[in-house]
Ligand binder design. Structure first.
Ligand code: FE2
Length: 320
């Protein structure tokens, strides 16, 4: 996908949502136990632009929805996230009340993703409902992001990813400051707009103004943890032949090292039957292999490529 953030128009299916705030509240109510809810306690130190303390509302508590809904209805600083859809390699489903979101996904996004990620992909949709000025501080996500903005005002600050980082075959998200080296762009979103945030681009999101802000985000891609590839190669050989240098062994959100197979397929070309040479070279440079000659190593990598592509069995990014 493109590497430049941009604003597009909302697909017409979303026009069916006449009152986004009520729709969002109802969807939260149906799935409250699966939601993440926060309250921001305003800071007394406003002069220094201090953001206030965040506490969580226990979504298992019987009064959780009422606390959250009251916050939204009275414009108090509350914020909720609910995962609506989580599909990996074609497996997964939409939560109750999320069918409206599922249709545009199937119609608009799935055909594009099938083309872009021939080894399979993940796609996640989340519902966001905030009121009373909420700020989601700078971070970056694995995968391309589309923010469908439905209600209220939202400013999204995006730092385009520096060229050097765009080109690196292996990446993680521990280098947030480096990702914020370029000049940022502010997008003041109005309802009916969709913002595209490229994979790995740092961004900050503010919900502003009197009215509650409602958005639906889609994240998608084939971000592949290199540690997982190493494990699956060992499994296919039934012994520990492959390992990784320590710096690539992180398993937490910010330290997992990824590659994205689709980045190795030149733009506009069909996925080759055999593993692309540039991907094979990169993996051979990165993996430590013992008791295996070069021909066997090439064959193991090619077998992984062919099997993954035949089954579209991309395993997921293991980040939720
Ligand atoms: Fe994000």
């Amino acid at each position: 996908m493109s590497l430049t953030p941009k604003v597009m128009k909302l697909p017409k299916e979303f026009n069916k949502i006449k009152d986004p705030v009520q729709w969002a509240l109802h969807t939260f109510q149906l799935n409250i136990k699966h939601s993440t809810l926060q309250i921001t306690h305003p800071s007394s130190d406003k002069e220094n632009n201090s953001e206030g303390e965040i506490s969580h509302i226990n979504s298992d508590h019987p009064g959780a929805f009422t606390t959250f809904a009251n916050g939204v209805n009275y414009g108090n600083p509350v914020h909720g996230r609910l995962e609506l859809i989580n599909i990996i390699a074609g497996q997964g489903k939409a939560k109750d009340g999320a069918q409206l979101v599922y249709k545009p996904l199937q119609k608009g996004l799935v055909p594009v993703l099938e083309k872009l990620h021939p080894l399979g992909y993940f796609v996640r949709a989340s519902l966001w409902l905030s009121s009373g000025n909420h700020r989601y501080s700078a971070h970056c996500d694995a995968g391309d992001g589309l923010l469908f903005h439905l209600s209220g005002r939202k400013t999204v600050r995006v730092w385009p990813t520096p060229k050097a980082l765009q080109q690196s075959a292996l990446f993680d998200f521990s280098n947030l400051e480096e990702r914020m080296a370029e000049d940022y762009i502010d997008f003041n979103l109005k309802p009916g707009q969709v913002l595209f945030i490229p994979s790995g681009a740092a961004h900050e999101v503010w919900a502003k103004g009197e009215d509650p802000a409602v958005s639906v985000s889609f994240h998608s891609g084939s971000t592949y943890p290199i540690l997982h590839l190493c494990d699956s190669l060992n499994q296919s050989k039934d012994k520990d032949i492959f390992s990784l240098p320590e710096k690539f062994q992180g398993t937490r959100k910010k330290t997992t090292t990824f590659f994205e197979p689709s980045r190795f397929i030149p733009k506009g070309y069909e996925a080759p039957e055999d593993i692309p040479q540039s991907l094979q070279d990169m993996l051979k440079e990165t993996l430590i292999a013992k008791d295996i000659n070069e021909q066997e190593l090439d064959a193991a990598l090619n077998q992984w490529w062919q099997e993954t592509m035949a089954n579209k069995s991309y395993p997921g990014d293991f980040i939720t």
